[in-house]
Design a protein around this ligand. Structure first.
Ligand code: NAP
Length: 301
């Protein structure tokens, strides 16, 4: 396993800036160089003191990095990889944090032939974006899924694994295609549903938008948190993970139709069985430390 002394982070938004903050807190001996395509973000990252050095140029940011992490939207990974290529050390490990993996892995391998590419996805985030939105504890107790190619260097996989563990994450290794199917269910479909519900509610004719907002505590507002997520990031996720999302959506539509039928037919048992099963899933998430047990997400009343 390689000892990491210098990390370069390309993309200093929510995830990139959280990585920088977590390194400063948990790996203070590691030097961090940051780069972002946006001059405004670079300036803000400088003001916030996120990195030891901020480079205006992607290739210059990675020159002496042992580990480079691409934290840009999934649709920008290929560009970002091409931009860092001229500056990389021969033995640098390149990783990313993209929310979909098979397409990103392919794009990185194509742009960076001969380099150790170890894709990863920290399953942690919020609905906010940008460098000011990040925080050092974002990854604590959360899972980071590493999706190395079959021929990947085991040393490089071990280095990326121990890096994420050092930031407080729990690490699991998975095939990229399987990752994309799992995340289609646990993340991408819920976002699509939230985007749909919030969009639909704002366009209903019988109910005014002000009524939707006023009475949102009935359930609607919990969807609005997810539906407030970054539009560019999520546009790219759906385009990149198209097949897995469409397969999951097909299954969701079938189940929705079954519930629709149960309501129409007055099938009380079907509805109660279904809702009992879903309540158990919520309880398992709390038991496994993936959410707080506080009622109503800990809101003050
Ligand atoms: P973000 O807050 O919007 O930050 C992304 C930053 O990358 C922006 O400042 C953006 O600048 C910059 N950027 C875009 N293209 C670039 C390029 N070619 N080179 C350098 N910088 C570039 O997004 P985020 O939430 O941190 O997401 C970053 C990645 O993490 C995405 O791949 C996402 O799928 C993944 N992820 C997100 C979450 C989450 O909950 N947000 C969780 C896990 C993983 P501009 O704004 O000027 O384009």
């Amino acid at each position: 396993m390689m000892a990491i002394e210098r990390v370069a982070i390309v993309g200093l938004g929510l995830i990139g800036s959280s990585i920088a903050r977590a390194i400063a807190e948990r790996l203070p001996q590691v030097t961090v160089t940051g780069h972002d395509a946006s001059a405004d973000v670079r300036a803000l990252a400088g003001e916030l003191g996120l990195c030891d050095r901020i480079a205006d140029d992607a290739a210059a940011a990675v020159v002496d990095a042992d580990l480079v992490i691409l934290a840009v939207p999934v649709g920008r990974m290929a560009d970002a990889a091409a931009a860092i290529a001229p500056g990389l050390k021969a033995d640098a490990i390149i990783s990313d944090v993209g929310s979909s993996k098979a397409g990103v892995a392919k794009a990185l391998a194509t742009a960076l032939p001969g380099h150790a590419v170890i894709p990863a996805h920290p399953v942690a985030g919020t609905e906010n974006s940008g460098p000011a939105a990040g925080f050092a504890t974002l990854f604590e107790g959360r899972w980071c899924i590493v999706t190395p190619d079959v021929g990947a260097s085991q040393d490089a996989v071990a280095t990326v694994t121990s890096f994420w563990q050092a930031l407080g994450a729990r690490v699991e290794t998975m095939d990229a295609a399987h990752h994309d199917m799992v995340l289609a269910v646990t993340s991408h479909l819920p976002h699509l549903i939230a985007y749909t519900i919030v969009g639909t509610a704002s366009e209903l004719e019988e109910v005014t938008e002000s009524e939707v907002i006023k009475y949102s505590a009935g359930g609607f507002r919990d969807f609005t948190r997810i539906a407030a997520s970054d539009p560019v990031m999520w546009r790219d996720v759906f385009l990149a993970n198209k097949d897995a999302v469409l397969a999951t959506l097909q299954r969701f539509n079938e189940d929705l139709t079954a519930l629709q039928q149960a309501i129409r037919r007055g099938d009380a048992d079907k509805l109660e069985d279904w809702f009992t099963r879903t309540r158990a899933i919520r309880r398992s998430i709390i038991e496994q430390g993936q959410d707080d047990a506080a009622p109503d997400f800990g809101r003050r009343h």
